[in-house]
Design a binder for this molecule. Structure first.
Ligand code: BV8
Length: 244
């Protein structure tokens, strides 16, 4: 009797074009707090996203906002990719494309050379200028975190190079992510509540394009009804079983 796992594994093995769409849950097994969900560390329970992950929040209190990002960066300095990231990297070596909502850089740490990671919500590993027309960027050393500071080029504040609530997603990355999803025949969705838009809309796009959708998520979520195969379990335990 073939289990759902057998069928999902076969789907991935025979796929023409795989996209892996990930959220905070894929990093949860590495110890990175998720935003929502039952886990007691769910980040937004402690902080209000509108207050901290938004232009208004930064403008109201730049120091508090920047300190919060440095707190998250300090956590990342001691965190390692988990078996889910490694299993996804093995899919990348077979040509899979990653679209991630995560800003933690963990996929990139284990991605094979030349692998594609579309970061639709930006990256915590860089600062950019608050002034969108200023091109200045600085890469962050997680072991030597910089203070809140001004742009040497234009004098505005530097801020984390992430997409805040209310901000547009980076146009080129978003377009590439939509094209990859529209062209895939299997979409593997890992560790996302499906609550944040327009990113969650990518799964609906895959369904409209008749791709087969596999969802791995610890808890029931907004996207479950779109799944051909649905696994409510930890990504670190399910992904290796689906990929190998
Ligand atoms: C925009 C970077 C406006 C910052 C983040 C409709 C259309 C467009 C916009 C909206 C819309 N409706 C509402 C909006 C506004 C808003 C939004 O979606 N709000 C939500 C809260 C309702 N969207 C925006 O503001 C976006 N911008 O739309 O611009 C606009 C629109 C048109 C034209 C002009 C302008 C920008 C959104 C990006 C915000 N930035 N992050 C930072 O991190 O500080 S979002 C943040 O949430 C992270 O990126 C995170 O990845 C993302 C999504 O959450 P998830 O990844 O899904 O994480 P979550 O915790 O929710 O879920 C984790 C899941 O994992 C859980 O289900 C859990 O059960 C599971 N899990 C836990 N452990 C495990 C596990 N699974 C497997 N294994 C485990 N071990």
């Amino acid at each position: 009797m073939r289990t759902d796992e057998d069928k999902a594994r076969e789907l991935l093995a025979n796929a023409r074009a795989i996209v892996v769409f990930t959220g905070a849950g894929v990093s949860a097994d590495s110890g990175v707090p998720t935003f929502r969900g039952a886990a007691s560390d769910a980040m937004w329970k402690m902080f209000d996203p509108q207050e901290l992950a938004s232009m208004e929040g930064f403008a109201a209190n730049p120091q508090r906002c920047y300190d919060w990002y440095n707190l998250r960066r300090a956590q990342l300095a001691t965190i390692q990719p988990n078996p889910a990231h490694h299993a996804i990297a093995r899919l990348q070596s077979r040509g899979a494309v990653i679209v991630t909502q995560n800003i933690d850089g963990l996929h990139e740490r284990v991605a094979p050379p030349g692998a594609v990671v579309h970061r639709v919500h930006g990256t915590i590993l860089q600062d950019k200028c608050l002034n969108e027309t200023c091109p200045h960027r600085e890469t962050i050393d997680l072991n030597n975190l910089p203070p809140l500071r001004k742009c040497p080029r234009c004098g505005n504040y530097l801020r984390p190079a992430v997409v805040w609530f209310g901000e547009m997603l980076p146009g080129d990355v978003w377009h590439a992510a939509e094209m990859a999803v529209a062209a895939c025949d299997v979409l593997l969705v890992v560790g996302t509540s499906g609550e944040v838009w327009p990113a969650a809309g990518l799964v609906h796009l895959a369904q409209r394009k008749r791709a087969r959708i596999i969802i791995v998520n610890l808890e029931p979520g907004e996207l479950d009804n779109l799944a051909s195969f649905l696994f409510h379990d930890r990504a670190a335990s399910v992904l290796p079983q689906l990929v190998d």
